[in-house]
Design a protein around this ligand. Structure first.
Ligand code: 13P
Ligand code: SF4
Length: 338
């Protein structure tokens, strides 16, 4: 076989799925949707927040704010628009609603769950509190308002280590991410901070899939490779990584590295697409792991939500739950600022 014959067989293979391919023709098809969304959001006093894992056409075509959950929850407190359309998952919409009760918060995608947020209920936390009455309850931001309402302080992947270290207690119950919890235990040991941390059993189905063999394989191909992972990955992956951080922190780390660097990015593929756009002088070996929940947001359902918002897309919280959950988020802002 010649190289040309081999090429002719392989040339149609594209990285990722059809979702990731952007031809001129595809962009021409998307343009009317992008234009109508951008016009409507102005006319309808709506801001669009989009998590970094959403599809590139949302991030680069219609979003006003993008980033990780911590940045977006801060952005949500500063926006002037009456309506927040949150291209993300339900727990993020709830966080925006907790912080902005007077605003209308809408989630466009049909799959609004999250494997972490769905892994524990407020009632289960209430039971755990009876079992561990002397523990401070720390929840990851990937939780429902009901769970936050039962906890003392919330954390994000960007501030978790700082907050756990700063908490004036050494008895902590961390919910729901067992893998992030194990990473916290390891990091506290490294920092020489004594904490007794009880864990729950949740995990993110996207981040759990990466393993040390994957890192070793890519390192054997490129000894200068920089491995960047999310704290929702297993501890064996975190230990082998050059950098572990939230999606926002990974972006800052990548920005600081010299041109020509190659990164293995162990997080949802939406962030890899964004990095390829922002840093054309750097190389990215992305994973093709998609979060089905984040990727269920689309230009089509964003536009449909702007045209005909459905009641089920609007985030409603009872006031007692909202106030209790806000206390938990306010505690996060307090400890993160120390
Ligand atoms: P960040 O806090 O890094 O945005 O992560 C949220 C998330 O859902 C990761 O899977
Ligand atoms: Fe939840 Fe994982 Fe999706 Fe993040 S990537 S929203 S933790 S399921």
């Amino acid at each position: 076989m010649t190289a040309e014959e081999l090429y002719n067989r392989l040339k149609s293979v594209q990285p990722g799925t059809v979702l990731c391919n952007y031809s001129m023709e595809k962009c021409e098809q998307m343009l009317p949707l992008v234009t109508e969304i951008n016009e409507r959001k102005k006319d309808q006093d709506t801001v669009i927040l989009a998590h970094a894992y959403c599809a590139p056409e949302i991030i680069l075509g219609v979003a006003d704010y993008t980033g990780d959950s911590y940045k977006l929850s801060e952005d949500a407190t500063k926006v002037s628009q009456k309506n927040i359309l949150f291209s993300a998952v339900r727990f993020m919409g709830e966080t925006a609603k907790i912080l902005n009760p007077q605003k209308n918060v809408l989630i466009p995608g049909p799959l609004t769950g999250c494997s972490l947020a769905d892994s524990i209920t407020g009632a289960e936390v209430a039971d755990l509190r009876k079992k561990y009455p002397d523990h401070t309850f720390v929840c990851y931001i990937n939780t429902t308002a009901d769970v936050k309402a039962q906890c003392d302080v919330c954390v994000t992947s960007g501030n978790v280590m700082k907050i756990v270290e700063n908490l004036p207690t050494d008895k902590i119950c961390f919910v729901p991410d067992r893998l992030m919890g194990q990473n916290i235990i390891d990091e506290m040991k490294r920092r020489g901070v004594k904490k007794d941390i009880v864990l729950h059993s949740g995990f993110c189905y996207v981040h759990k899939t990466y393993d040390p063999e994957l890192i070793q394989f890519f390192r054997s191909q490129n000894s200068d490779l920089k491995v960047v992972s999310h704290p929702e990955c297993i501890p064996e992956v975190a230990i082998l990584s050059d950098y572990v951080g939230s999606t926002g922190q990974m972006v800052s780390y990548i920005k600081e590295q010299p041109a020509g660097s190659t990164f293995l990015l162990l997080t949802e593929c939406g962030l890899v697409a964004r990095m390829q756009y922002d840093y054309p002088d750097k190389h990215f070996i992305g994973s093709c792991s998609m979060c089905k929940y984040m990727k269920s947001n689309s230009l089509e359902n964003i536009l449909e939500t702007l045209r005909h918002p459905e009641k089920a897309q609007s985030i409603e919280l009872d006031e007692a739950t909202r106030v209790a959950a806000k206390k938990c988020i306010d505690a996060m802002f307090h400890y993160a600022a120390l």
